[in-house]
Ligand binder design. Structure first.
Ligand SMILES: O=C(O)[C@H](O)[C@@H](O)[C@H](O)[C@H](O)CO
Ligand SMILES: [Zn+2]
Length: 299
């Protein structure tokens, strides 16, 4: 039996830490603070964090094949150059919905950037319902809308054979699966593979491991859970010392470590004094399972 260790590696109070992504070439973890409006990069060797401030909520970051990064910023897909901190809009969505912003996003195995939108929250999980949509940015910079009526577009990933796409709309309290056509990027045949239990609270970010099992961060649940999407069973629960766990990814040597982001927005002083690491970034080791490298945007 491996012994699981959880440590806070970046002791900062992100308002909403999100979108952890391992960048092997830099030995670094990328992440965003959505309402803190910044993208950060933690170097695992020097332990230094570099951050870039932006002018709108930034909800996800992804690698780009040509180097540098792509981000979802407000309702825009944008390109980010680290060295000169320049941000260039690629395309805007939801132009008729000024109160919307993007939320979680990730790149598929063919280099397409998937991300969904939501209405701005009044407070955590309180917002105008069904305002969001789910989109793909293709490498040629065209955008396709897959569906609308989304409450809080959130975690996403693809099965190891690339035939299934997993997706979370947080307020459905469900982890869903779609058939995935890798050739076209189309999704179809939506169904639920896991319904969260009450104490697991709200499903947020998600990633897959090399055994094809899903890891889901539970917002207000203070945990990540490991699910078998074939059987619909929960296999494991890993608790963290903060309630607002938002997302997870694998990284580090051979992708054997898990990185978990968290939030502190919406916590009062009493709650914060009990959980001073709220908003920090955590590393989980000893899980005995590995992840897969992130894909890079091909455009
Ligand atoms: O982390 C995210 O994905 C959202 O941007 C957050 O706002 C939470 O998911 C939400 O508050 C949970 O309900
Ligand atoms: Zn999220």
């Amino acid at each position: 039996m491996s012994s699981i260790k959880v440590e806070c590696i970046i002791d900062e109070n992100c308002k909403i830490g999100e979108s952890p992504v391992w960048e092997e070439k830099e030995n670094s973890l990328l992440y965003v603070d959505i309402n803190g409006k910044k993208i950060s990069r933690w170097n695992s060797i020097t332990k230094q964090v570099q951050s870039i401030a932006v002018d709108a909520p930034v909800s996800s970051v992804a690698l780009r094949k040509s180097g540098n990064y792509v981000i979802t910023l407000g309702t825009r897909f944008a390109a980010l150059k680290w060295d000169d901190q320049s941000v260039t809009t690629i395309v805007q969505v939801d132009k008729d919905k000024p109160n919307n912003r993007f939320n979680d996003g990730k790149v598929d195995p063919e280099g397409r950037y998937f991300a969904g939108t939501m209405a701005e929250e009044i407070r955590p999980a309180v917002l105008e319902r069904q305002q969001g949509s789910f989109y793909t940015l293709f490498p040629d910079h065209s955008v396709v809308k897959h569906f609308d009526q989304v409450d809080i577009s959130n975690g996403l990933d693809w099965s190891l054979d690339h035939k299934t796409f997993f997706y979370i709309d947080s307020l459905s309290y469900s982890v869903d699966a779609f058939d995935y056509d890798l050739r076209t990027g189309k999704i179809s045949n939506r169904r639920s593979v896991y319904k969260l239990e009450k104490e697991e609270s709200i499903p947020d970010g998600m990633c897959i491991d090399t055994e094809g099992k899903l890891w889901v961060a539970c917002y207000d649940g203070g945990r990540v859970i490991r699910l078998d999407p074939e059987t619909g069973k929960r296999l494991q629960t890993v608790k963290l010392p903060v309630d607002k766990t938002t997302s997870c990814c694998f990284g580090g040597k051979d992708y054997s470590e898990m990185y978990v982001t968290s939030a502190c927005q919406g916590m009062d002083d009493k709650w914060l004094s009990r959980q001073p690491q709220a908003g920090g970034i955590f590393k989980v080791t000893g899980l005995g399972v590995k992840g897969i490298p992130p894909y890079s945007y091909a455009g």
